[in-house]
Every structure is written in structure tokens, then in C-alpha cells.
Design a binder for this molecule. Structure first.
Ligand SMILES: [Zn+2]
Length: 131
């Protein structure tokens, strides 16, 4: 990476001698904050497994869109197990990196989204214009 100012999409395919990842149970509405759902997470550790890591490196200035830094998810080659990566080693791996100069975000047009609390107060307060 020649600059840290772009987001990057990264795919790493290979053998993972030591892998630790987490998964949380499927959630249903009303969805809870991630910090609360994480209380039910399961931690998995695999040794000597083939699979794929996919993820992003997001610049700090975009951290309200995605967690800044590296964020990887793993799936085994047989597509039976996977999750959010906590720790990993890899060897004999093929690494592909794509520089992203365009980020498209599709926001849901739903009542749930209209009334979701993103920690910025009620919608009326967000839209209030100071004069
Ligand atoms: Zn994740």
C-alpha cells in the first residue's frame, strides 16, 4: 500500500496454521447494539485449516462507516465454518489487495432505520439547524 488514505479490500487464500475467530448467534429484530450481542459470542480456534480471509483496511477518517484499521472475516475452504477474525497466522497464501477509490453505501428505506438511534440523539435534534 503506497498510501494509508484509501480503503483497501483484501483477500488472503491459503493455509492457516493457527486461527481464532468469533461468531455471534443470528439476531432478530429489534436488533441490539453490537456490544450487547457480543456477550453471546462464541470463540473458535482452528489449527492447520485451508480457507479464505476477506476484509478491509479502512482509514481512520472513515471510522464512522467501518471500523478503522484491518477487519477480516474467515471462511473455511469447505464453507462450513467462519467468523470475525481475532488472531491468525497464514502460510503459502495468495494475497490480493484492491485500492478502493469509490465507496457506495446503500441505506435501508425502512421505518426501523428512520427511528434507529445511532448515538446522535433523536432525529429532530440531528436535523435542528443552529442559527
Ligand atoms: Zn467482523
Amino acid at each position: 500500500m503506497t498510501t494509508r488514505n484509501y480503503p483497501y479490500a483484501i483477500r488472503i487464500q491459503g493455509n492457516f496454521p493457527d486461527l481464532k475467530f468469533r461468531s455471534i448467534p443470528k439476531q432478530t429484530p429489534p436488533y441490539r447494539p453490537l456490544a450487547e450481542a457480543l456477550k453471546e459470542q462464541s470463540i473458535f480456534e482452528l489449527r492447520n485449516v485451508n480457507g479464505t480471509l476477506v476484509g478491509f483496511r479502512t482509514p481512520k477518517y472513515m471510522q464512522r462507516v467501518n471500523a478503522s484499521g484491518y477487519h477480516f472475516h474467515f471462511i473455511t475452504a469447505n464453507r462450513q465454518t467462519g467468523g470475525h477474525i481475532l488472531d491468525r497466522q497464514f502460510q503459502n497464501a495468495k494475497v490480493e489487495v484492491d485500492t478502493l477509490s469509490n465507496v457506495e453505501i446503500d441505506l435501508p428505506r425502512t421505518a426501523e432505520f428512520d427511528h434507529a438511534d445511532f448515538g446522535e440523539g433523536k432525529p429532530a435534534e440531528v436535523n435542528r439547524v443552529e442559527r
